[in-house]
Design a protein around this ligand. Structure first.
Ligand SMILES: Cc1cc2nc3c(=O)[nH]c(=O)nc-3n(C[C@H](O)[C@H](O)[C@H](O)COP(=O)(O)OP(=O)(O)OC[C@H]3O[C@@H](n4cnc5c(N)ncnc54)[C@H](O)[C@@H]3O)c2cc1C
Length: 501
């Protein structure tokens, strides 16, 4: 695929109008094109990294809402102790993937003074699915200014946001913080050290033509934030945790905002073990045995549930009852019409029994490809990386260059979705990584910084909404500001995480 030419910038010339168009942009493409117009109008790309923020701030100051984002969010974040000196100045960070984990990393690194480039595979943010957020993440998003950019953020009694709205808001904040975001970049990994150019460079996946900004970016840090399905950066090994067979289904229905819809209330995560009568009633009516169910109102009516394998078979949603879970849920073994009918029946029964009224005029929302937004997935196996970061050292004569390779988010630690942990732990991993970058930028020897990073990574899988420090206003990249107890140095030998190339 050829690299598509950037969307034309809107024909607006005065700064407040440009800023308003950026603030109001509702798609990834418009966000980037309106920002490109602002950047172009002030010659942002020609400026040294350290000079970009004040220029951008000035360019956006005519728009009241953006002015608030700078004054109430970005300025205070940059002024905090440990940030004001821009400790990562001179560091060049390549982030792969503009999901919640990648974007949070990009924002933190940019606020810390690094030059940041985010390469994202997609041109559109289209995931309707709704994330339940920990209080930590709500507070972090509020500090960043997400609420000002995503009107539905945590509206109502339950803390949640759709992934696409979160990605859009975080993209805007990353851009305002100084990061560059490039869409349509499906990245396979990074090259081996290039002796001629004395650097590493991005390796595209087959069919992707790299944008010049990405191809030319000379980076010292590469962050894998491409989610759990994408390949990890080289040199990392993973382990898996196998649970009982667990099959999830998500279904999104069109939300019109009608009076009839307003009678419905949301269903926070409920499980069969605590509400057997309701789950038995749903099963008696629909023939579908569920383990748990969530119903949120966001841009769509969003349902997510764990369904028994027998119910999928009985309702004909799978064509053949195959023993392997992969084969059972393979695309060509799913009867989409039967799966949609199953979701429709469950949505109607669940809302009637639990949400105060039956979902009126049910119609599936559509995916970016125009298909009903229904997905079935297996989360029987959870994978996690054995180490979160490693370093490659290239010594050539008297010169030495190093590359830090690290992961964040689902690429690092795949979540078990019913626990609603994924996005919040993605944010934590981004802050933890940023701390390692600060330590390295401050001259901490590589083995010491890696040992510390692994000690902190060991805390991630057992960190919950309940045990994270509640002093949210004091949270920073410093792990001790967020985790109750960070173990002291272990003396672990991390030489396996450092490779000479
Ligand atoms: C059904 C379900 C329900 C969930 N519910 C919750 C919940 O309630 N609360 C919660 O906190 N979490 C929940 N999660 C988990 C949550 O969605 C993830 O933890 C979160 O999205 C992780 O963010 P990420 O940035 O690591 O990865 P992702 O969100 O997967 O983002 C990865 C990004 O990388 C891009 N990308 C992929 N490959 C490449 C490539 N080769 N090159 C460049 N870019 C690439 C993708 O396009 C995407 O933008 C749920 C997950 C599922 C499946």
């Amino acid at each position: 695929m050829a690299f598509p030419s950037p969307a034309p910038a809107p024909a607006l010339y005065d700064a407040p109008k440009l800023a308003k168009a950026f603030y109001s942009a509702t798609t990834f493409a418009n966000t980037l094109s309106t920002f490109a117009a602002i950047a172009h109008s002030v010659g942002l790309d020609d400026l040294p990294v350290a000079e970009r923020y004040p220029v951008l701030r000035d360019a956006c100051f005519g728009h009241m809402r953006l002015r608030q984002i700078f004054r109430q969010h970005l300025d205070p974040l940059r002024a905090r102790e440990g940030y004001a000196s821009a400790p990562c100045t001179g560091m060049r960070v390549l982030v792969l993937g503009a999901g919640p984990g990648g974007l949070r990393t990009a924002i933190e690194a940019a606020v810390l003074g690094a030059e940041v480039l985010v390469a994202e595979k997609r041109h559109r943010f289209s995931r309707h699915n709704v994330l339940h957020l920990w209080k930590f993440m709500v507070a972090d998003c509020q500090a960043l200014g997400v609420k000002a950019l995503a009107p539905r953020f945590c509206r109502g009694g339950l803390n949640h946001v759709s992934i696409k709205a979160l990605q859009l808001a975080l993209t805007k904040i990353a851009l305002l913080a100084g990061a560059v975001v490039v869409p349509g970049q499906s990245v396979a990994g990074v090259s081996a050290f290039d002796n001629d150019r004395e650097r590493w460079h991005v390796e595209p996946e087959a069919g992707t033509e790299l944008a010049p900004r990405v191809a030319d970016f000379d980076f010292d840090v590469v962050v894998g934030g491409c989610g759990s399905a994408a390949p990890r950066l080289r040199g990392f090994t993973s382990s898996t945790f196998r649970a009982n067979v667990a099959i999830g289904i998500t279904a999104n229905f069109v939300r019109r905002g009608s009076a009839a819809e307003s009678k419905l209330h949301e269903i926070p995560g409920i499980g069969r073990q605590y509400h057997p009568q309701v789950f038995n009633a749903i099963e008696a009516e629909t023939g579908v045995a569920l383990e748990n169910l969530v119903y949120y109102q966001d841009e769509t009516h969003y349902f997510v549930m764990t369904v028994s394998r027998d119910s999928l078979v009985a309702r004909g949603a799978v064509i053949a009852d195959l023993p392997s879970i992969d084969a059972l849920l393979a695309r060509d073994n799913i009867d989409c019409d039967a799966l949609h009918a199953l979701c429709m029946d469950v949505a109607l029964a669940a809302t009637r029994l639990l949400a105060g009224a039956e979902l009126p005029e049910p119609e599936f929302a559509l995916t970016a490809r125009g298909a009903p937004d229904v997905a079935v997935f297996d989360f029987t196996e959870i994978s996690y990386l054995d180490a979160s970061a490693r370093v490659e050292l290239a010594r050539r004569g008297s010169s030495e260059r190093s590359l830090i390779l690290a992961h964040v988010g689902d690429a690092l630690l795949e979540p078990f979705w019913p626990q609603g942990t994924g996005a919040s732990r993605a944010f934590l991993s981004a802050l933890d990584l940023a701390h390692m970058l600060v330590r390295l930028a401050g001259g901490t020897p590589v083995p010491e910084a890696l040992e510390e990073r692994e000690r902190v990574y060991a805390l991630l899988s057992s960190t919950t909404d309940g045990n994270i420090r509640k002093t949210f206003a004091s949270h920073t990249h410093e792990p001790a500001s967020r985790y109750d107890f960070v173990p002291p140095p272990s003396g672990r030998d991390v030489s396996d995480l450092i490779t000479s190339v």
